[in-house]
Write a protein that binds this ligand. Sequence first.
Ligand code: NDP
Length: 236
Amino acid sequence: MLDNKISIVTGGARGIGRVIAEQLASQKSKVFVWDIIKLKTQTTLRVPELKTQIVDITNLKEVEDTIKSIGDIDILINNAGINIDKLLLRMEEKDWDKVIDVNLKGVFNCTKSCVPFMLKKRWGRIINISSVIGIIGNKAQANYAASKAGIMGFTKSIAKEYASRNITCNAIAPGYIETDMTANLPQAVKDAYLSVIPLKRAGTPEDVANLVSFLVSDAASYITGQVINIDGGMVM
Ligand code: NDP
């Protein structure tokens, strides 16, 4: 149980983040859901006690101000992420910048702003949602793969910097998970993924949220600086 623990889940209005937020709330954490989706946010969340805040994680000042207004933080789930998939020669500078800005700089902004509060308590849990694509790469995803690989290096550095203060930092690398992000993939691409997944199914947001729940629990207090794949055996 996470009684009295305050959590932030970025990009938590839908998809994987929404289920992570709901699971943390069901364990009695006070959860702040950050997203850039405006009107839909309150109505899409199925747990009314979640607190929703409109925060663009690419804006450091906005992130810092919101964390100061909360005044405390124990658990940070850096989940928000986007993809703009194009082959390198068609990828424009703005496609590169946008994906790196949200997926990598957003993780920097939120982590940098939360760590001072965790240092004071000498306790903290940071979970960064990366991707197996950051390990194996993918055609038309150079920007996304680079951002997700960057998260892995960031995770290990933060784990080393703050381990002495009882702050753990781990990354999760999901494989093919059924969410809005993957819903519009052509059937041929979905079939290609399924053909290389030994467990022969797509993952669910619940699969990922279950791992998050474990990593923030006391049972995982000796795990830090790790990248844990959750992909049905796709990458091993
Ligand atoms: P979704 O697209 O369903 O949800 C992502 C959420 O993040 C959206 O609500 C989105 O809002 C929000 N968001 C985007 N930009 C910002 C921002 N600047 N500030 C705050 N919130 C923002 O994605 P998933 O649930 O599928 O993915 C969640 C994470 O898991 C991502 O990091 C993704 O890369 C990763 N992942 C997903 C996999 C999958 O198969 N689904 C596989 C591997 C990793 P909006 O819609 O308005 O942009």
